[in-house]
Design a protein around this ligand. Structure first.
Ligand code: FAD
Length: 415
């Protein structure tokens, strides 16, 4: 072990994961559990202390199976709330009434809701605890470059050190430096929208229902947390979002009640209000020499359909399966043809979801009368088609994909 700047790290790893967000940590947990003697490190530019992310994520049922297979869902689920129903409404800027256009019963099977709302801090906290002692956790770290050869990849650190591995996995988020170091371009655009995110306590019960109000400036979602609390993701034009963020909470709370249509009664903000700009960067390649991209580093989609982390965790399930199969067959886990199996497995699912999400954003973020009329007719028709609704809910649960083979971990099968 080399020891510099109070950091302990080995001369060479089998795999180094860059980025200790929910996706990178899940990758580390899967490899630690099923990768037998693989030598793994995970590094982050921030410390691995208790995270402060105030967001909560809707995790699809299939994706929670990954955590179940890792043996940690029981602990995470203590802080999760099921989503048993979903109501979608559509209103114009000046509309007073808020007709219900689409309603889903959220169970894919008896007592199996299609998704759970989980605070990000719960997922991250449990994952950090799970990998402690099994994976080298290196932080804070300042990576200034990436060097690859035929047999390995090296992270170049600001202090001149190098960290070498057979394979480097980039899970360093939407603005991934590793992606840039590898010269991988992205496609996509800036929505000019931002999400105002916070947690509210409300007077009336949410009945485990997720509400999504489509409004001209973007959707407003309230998603059920434990007790009488909900997580808000309120999409607005970026300049409005920053205005709302800087308001006194006593001024903002009645505005939230109005936008929500008073369906949950009086509300109180109980978490810091944060603003996240929404962009759509999709990497043109998910792999390069000795490098694989996962999670937001590979694709960051608009949260209108709550699929970003779900897509990232599906990457984890697919890449873990590819790597562990390769290792059992005695193959080089960082070889390009092994990594290409991962890329071809995930690319189509990601492209479909990015396209569907992008279309939803454009279809619903406007107030043009004919477009509104068409989408409302569309939603009304879907609402009257139980079979279509069932298929949509199964897809949202990540147990019945529109494309490709489902990774074993999503089916609750160990690797
Ligand atoms: C408002 C909002 C609501 C959302 N709601 C949902 C939802 O309901 N359901 C859902 O599935 N998804 C949702 N998402 C998407 C979800 O939050 C992301 O997809 C998810 O956080 C991506 O995780 P990640 O680990 O890939 O990246 P991140 O969470 O961005 O983590 C990246 C990590 O890498 C580290 N890092 C970055 N650069 C470096 C570097 N150079 N060196 C070392 N470390 C580095 C960072 O410190 C961080 O810890 C939402 C997103 C937003 C913005």
């Amino acid at each position: 072990m080399a020891k510099k700047n109070n950091q302990k790290y080995a001369k060479k790893y089998d795999i180094i994961i860059v980025g200790g967000g929910p996706v990178g940590l899940s990758m580390a947990a899967c490899l630690a559990k099923f990768g037998a003697d693989l030598k793994i490190a995970i590094c982050d530019r921030k410390g691995f202390e208790v995270p402060t992310d105030s967001r909560a994520s809707a995790l699809a049922l299939g994706v929670t199976k990954i955590f179940e297979t890792l043996g940690i869902w029981n602990e995470i689920s203590k802080q999760a709330n099921p989503i048993k129903a979903m109501e979608i409404t559509d209103s114009g800027e000046s509309d007073i009434s808020r007709p219900k256009f689409l309603q889903f019963e959220g169970e894919v099977a008896p007592n199996s809701p299609f998704a759970y709302m989980v605070p990000n801090v719960a997922t991250i906290g449990v994952l950090q605890k799970t990998i402690k002692g099994k994976v080298d956790m290196i932080s804070p770290i300042d990576i200034v470059g990436l060097k690859t050869s035929a047999n390995s990849g090296s992270l170049i650190l600001a202090n001149g050190d190098e960290l070498e591995a057979n394979l480097i996995i980039a899970a360093d988020g939407a603005r991934s430096n590793l992606r840039q170091f590898a010269g991988i371009k992205t496609t996509g655009h800036d929505y000019g929208q931002s999400g105002i995110v916070t947690t509210i306590e409300h007077e009336k019960p949410h009945n485990d229902t997720a509400y999504e109000h489509f409004r001209p400036n973007g959707p407003f979602a309230s998603l059920p947390l434990r007790g009488n609390q909900s997580s808000l993701v309120w999409t607005e034009k970026t300049k409005n979002a920053n205005l709302y963020k800087n308001m006194e909470y006593s001024e903002l709370e009645p505005i939230i009640e109005n936008v929500m249509g008073h369906n949950l009664g009086k509300v109180k903000i109980v978490e810091q209000v944060q603003v996240f700009p929404f962009k759509l960067p999709i990497a043109k390649d998910f792999v390069a020499n000795r490098l694989a991209l996962i999670g937001d580093a590979a694709h960051a989609v608009h949260p209108i359909s709550g699929q970003g982390m779900n897509l990232g965790l599906k990457d984890v399930a697919a890449l873990a399966q590819v790597l562990i199969n390769a290792k059992r067959l005695g193959l080089d886990i960082g070889a390009f043809d092994v990594l290409e199996n991962y890329q071809s497995w995930r690319r189509f699912d990601v492209a479909l979801m990015a396209l569907a999400t992008d279309n939803l954003v454009h279809l619903f973020s406007n107030d043009i009368a004919p477009v509104r009329a068409l989408r409302d007719i569309g939603l009304g028709i879907v609402d009257k088609m139980p079979f279509v609704k069932k298929q949509l809910i199964r897809h949202a649960a990540a147990i019945s994909p529109l494309s490709g083979k489902v990774p074993d971990l999503l089916l609750g099968r160990a690797l």
